[in-house]
Design a binder for this molecule. Structure first.
Ligand code: AMP
Ligand code: MG
Length: 292
């Protein structure tokens, strides 16, 4: 199978108009799997999740037992209803919470606004050995900040190179970045907003402001095109995942994570103590005499 990273990675001239949110790149068809694609993707997600969990444990073990500084950061961006929360649940859900650090970014607080836009991001970074997941990220500062004119144009324009420098710093420090844009269509967003409105268990997620943002769809797509084009670098590429089909989205993101992990060539750390001496000590071990 061609790697999903190769298939979904975007270059320096992305136009989201050219990527159909309803497609399923890389997903083998019914002729190959003998199964309904959705059922197959869901089954695969479970086994990929198991593999990811093993790599995650090796990453954690390496940091704990031998001071390995490496870590992984999955960055999720999307329009509202794009499926960021669902992806966290399905993809990060297979991992051990002990080695997982999930952070969702909302509008900056008064305290955060006193600092540069990367300040709160740096504070939220995962420790060595940990997998970080960002539900929204520093990219909001070239998306909503640009579309809603929260800062002057020269300010957001200067952020693309600041982001590239920052991400370079991260990868130099042992981070593997997996930046994923979940790409949904205008029609699918309407369906999902309507579902949030009508389903009492989803109504809490409905935010009237999302409909205002939807009114600026074209501006957002343009802002995404620039962010993806300018910040898809060799050390930290962007992947665009067609996300109208949730089962494809989860399968694709899980694969991107697994492929990144495999490239890290992790293994369980070797003991730093005298293995034979320790074994002899435990073999000679006797239960303490019971106090009478
Ligand atoms: P949600 O992800 O549904 O909880 O919504 C979070 C909201 O926070 C969205 O409307 C984002 O546009 C907004 N947000 C996130 N980061 C920023 C930022 N840096 N500046 C302004 N708004 C932001
Ligand atoms: Mg929301």
């Amino acid at each position: 199978m061609t790697s999903l990273r190769e298939l979904l990675r975007v270059g320096p001239a992305v136009d989201l108009k050219d990527i159909d949110p309803g497609t399923t790149p890389g997903l083998p068809g019914r002729k190959v799997t003998g199964k309904d694609p959705k059922a197959w993707a869901r089954e695969q997600l479970a086994s990929i999740g198991g593999e990811v969990a093993v790599h995650q444990e090796m990453l954690y073990a390496g940091a704990k037992a031998s001071g390995d500084r490496r870590r992984v950061l999955l960055v999720l961006q999307a329009m509202d209803c794009g499926g960021k929360d669902g992806t966290v649940k399905k993809v990060a859900g297979s991992m051990n919470p002990l080695g997982l650090h999930v952070v969702a970014f909302g509008p900056p607080t008064a305290e955060e606004l006193k600092h540069g836009f990367l300040w709160r991001i740096r504070r939220a970074l995962p420790e060595p050995g940990v997998v970080g997941v960002f539900n929204r990220s520093h990219y909001e500062d070239v998306l909503v900040a640009r579309v809603d004119s929260l800062v002057p144009e020269r300010t957001w324009r200067s952020r693309y190179w600041q982001i590239n420098g920052f991400e370079r710093e991260l990868t130099d420090a042992g981070f593997t970045l997996i930046k994923v844009m979940l790409h949904i269509s205008y029609d699918e967003q309407r369906e999902r907003l309507m579902e949030r409105l009508t389903d009492p268990t989803k109504r809490w997620k409905y935010n009237p402001a999302d409909v205002d943002a939807r009114g600026r769809w074209t501006d957002y797509q343009a802002a995404y095109n620039d962010a993806l084009s300018r910040c898809s670098t060799d050390h930290a590429p962007w992947y665009v995942v067609p996300a109208d089909r949730k089962w494809y989205r989860d399968w694709a993101v899980a694969n991107l994570v697994l492929e990144a992990f495999k490239e890290m060539r992790l293994s369980y750390p070797e003991p730093v103590f005298d293995f034979d001496a320790e074994r002899r000590r435990l073999e000679a071990d006797r239960a303490p005499a019971m106090a009478s």
